[in-house]
Design a protein around this ligand. Structure first.
Ligand SMILES: NC(=O)c1ccc[n+]([C@@H]2O[C@H](COP(=O)([O-])OP(=O)(O)OC[C@H]3O[C@@H](n4cnc5c(N)ncnc54)[C@H](O)[C@@H]3O)[C@@H](O)[C@H]2O)c1
Length: 404
């Protein structure tokens, strides 16, 4: 999707050139919105989606629902401060949100363990659906969810937006489109970051709500690894524990039980080997992707010390096969600042494109499913202290012809 510079949002933002009349506006003219979205769950991620929806300017915030008055109030504040539209409806239940004839799509950003129940209601509305990752907390629930999504009459998308981070989007171009490293044989990823943030009701401190850290957090990385390996995981070995974080934390008399470090080894069906390292007690974030092929090597990274700006780096070694290169992919600042280094914005645009009849580029239902499968197999491997055949975690009635 190529956009002309004269259509750039930068000319339309924040009441640009306020002394102009509407007749004098061309670059700064704001187009009418095409869609209306309802938001279910308006905490950190719901608010990020609202912000990006307003920034992109192609959909209105039609209404929102959140049982927390504080979350709903903050979400309304974002809409009000944008000055872009009238205040949305505030629904009093999920049923009311799903039944609003004024909205075209529902954006669901509730805690992981609520996804399936919310989707069961939302799917009956027939509206397009965007559901945050991880799609569910267990493989069985993920499978049921994918079946609902598969038979849904409108676009149904999952929130695996790391594919749209600038470093990974460039890495996909190099490895998948240009074949710059040749035939891929290994994919390694690393996420070293700060502890899980505070959440509404602290749901993310408990594996029963998250599906386990390797499902909750790491589904993003398993999705990318599956993509670069161009295969599905067949065997997984992992070690990990709760080494540092939240040892003294309890909520409603329950102690936090999430892993905060892990090493995961994945054998892919096509022979590619994968490795993933997690550390969640680091004073900053560092993500790395290393893809080695028979003709080259690619290393992509994002790093930010807590409180400092993020730095992106992409290094491509092609030896005698072509130009080696080091670069710093980035998006415009106002897009990067809109959340997750700009990836949420491009994910939103991709969803809008699909609503407008465009091709559904982006993570598929199968991608959402297998990102949970890899995480669940790794969690099981840690529990057992031995390698796990992925077939073991697949649901009894799993049809291998679907979602592969
Ligand atoms: N894609 C990403 O990078 C990314 C990043 C962070 C979170 N997430 C995902 O987004 C989802 C929400 O996480 P968050 O960080 O916004 O959590 P949060 O705690 O900040 O917000 C969750 C909100 O959902 C509300 N809620 C709870 N149950 C609800 C229900 N049944 N119906 C409607 N609202 C309900 C809560 O009151 C809260 O306001 C989770 O699935 C999480 O894994 C994705």
């Amino acid at each position: 999707m190529n956009k002309k510079v004269e259509q750039s949002l930068v000319f339309k933002r924040g009441g640009a050139l306020p002394y102009l009349t509407d007749e004098d506006r061309f670059l700064s003219a704001v187009d009418a919105t095409e869609y209306s979205f309802g938001f279910i769950g308006c905490g950190m991620m719901g608010q990020e989606h609202i912000h990006n929806t307003l920034l992109a300017g192609r959909a209105q915030i039609g209404g929102l629902f959140d049982p927390s008055a504080k979350s709903a109030g903050h979400a309304l504040g974002i809409v009000e401060r944008s000055g872009k539209q009238a205040q949305p409806r505030v629904y009093t239940s999920i049923d009311e949100a799903c039944g609003d004839p004024g909205t075209d799509a529902l954006v669901i950003a509730t805690p992981n363990h609520t996804h399936l129940d919310v989707v069961r209601v939302a799917a009956a509305s027939g509206k397009a659906i965007f559901l945050e990752k991880p799609i569910a907390t267990s493989v069985t629930d993920a499978y049921e969810l994918c079946q609902l999504a598969e038979s849904h009459p409108q676009p149904f998308r999952f929130g695996l937006q790391y594919r749209y981070k600038s470093v990974y989007a460039e890495a996909i171009k190099e490895v998948v489109e240009r074949k710059s490293v040749g035939q891929v044989h290994s994919v390694n990823m690393l996420e070293h970051r700060f502890p899980f943030l505070d959440k509404v009701g602290q749901w993310n401190k408990f594996s029963a709500n998250t599906g386990g850290t390797l499902v909750e957090k790491c589904c993003h990385y398993f999705d990318l690894m599956n993509l670069f390996a161009d295969s599905l995981p067949s065997r997984v070995f992992a070690i990990g524990n709760q080494a540092v974080n939240f040892k003294s934390f309890s909520h409603d008399n329950r102690k936090a039980d999430g892993l905060d470090q892990a090493q995961v080894t994945i054998q892919y069906r096509n022979g590619v080997i994968g490795g993933f390292s997690l550390c969640m007690f680091s004073p900053g974030t560092r993500e790395e992707l290393i893809v080695c092929g028979d003709a080259g090597r690619l290393h992509a990274s994002e790093s930010a010390l807590l409180g400092s700006a993020n730095e992106n780096r992409l290094e491509l070694w092609q030896g005698e096969n072509g130009a080696s290169d080091v670069r710093s992919p980035k998006y415009p600042g106002y897009i990067e600042q809109a959340g997750h280094h700009g990836s949420t914005f491009f994910e939103h645009l991709s969803f809008i494109e699909q609503l407008s009849g465009g091709s559904p580029a982006g993570p598929t239902l199968a991608d959402g499913f297998w990102s949970v499968v890899a995480g669940a197999a790794a969690q099981l491997s840690i529990e057992r202290g031995e390698a796990v055949d992925v077939a073991e975690v697949l649901p009894d009635k799993f049809n291998p012809e679907r979602f592969h």
